[in-house]
Design a protein around this ligand. Structure first.
Ligand SMILES: [Fe+2]
Length: 176
């Protein structure tokens, strides 16, 4: 940790830097998963989903920068290389490689998982008396809730409706 004139206590700053780096790894992982979905989705809905997944990846890139720069503002180091992310991410690997429905379900799953951990980070940073970090997590959480709506709407009516969350096999747990 670096010394800083920032008035937050060293304990709070240390705790927040760890939390920010944990969610940073997830956000970078999320961004790469959305690009994989953007590249590989196929089917009659191709162009809409191809564009939607890229819009989400673009927002994820902004979340990455917000988290990394907040960690540095608090005197920490932002850890975001591919190797660090692979070691630290809490998200499951992106495994959908089939239908557009599978890609939509896989993207909804990863958005939901990331959204859950970010929402917990709002409370954790608020409890640590760092309202600015809580504000960053709140902004990200609001964005993720919006994107989850955009993606899940594909599964809530029409041809893909009727399956509960996580019932669509996205290939994450192949049968042996
Ligand atoms: Fe592209």
């Amino acid at each position: 940790m670096y010394e800083t004139r920032n008035d937050l206590s060293p304990d709070t700053r240390t705790q927040m830097v760890q939390l920010l780096n944990a969610r940073l790894a997830d956000a970078i992982d999320l961004r790469t998963q959305l690009k994989v979905a953007h590249w590989n989705v196929k089917g009659p809905q191709f162009i809409a989903l191809h564009k939607l997944f890229d819009d989400i990846a673009e927002d994820a890139d902004e979340y990455v920068d917000l988290l990394a720069e907040r960690a540095v503002q608090l005197g920490g180091t932002a850890d975001g290389t591919a190797r660090q992310v692979a070691e630290r991410t809490s998200l499951d690997e992106y495994a959908a490689n089939g239908s557009a429905e599978q890609h939509v379900a896989a993207v909804a799953d990863v958005l939901a998982d990331f959204g859950e951990s970010v929402r917990k980070a709002i409370s954790a940073s608020s409890d640590a008396d760092d309202q600015d970090t809580a504000d960053i997590f709140t902004e990200i959480s609001r964005g993720i809730d919006k994107w989850l709506w955009f993606v899940e709407a594909h599964l809530q009516a029409g041809a893909w409706a009727g399956t509960s969350p996580r019932e669509v096999d996205v290939g994450r747990h192949p049968a042996h």
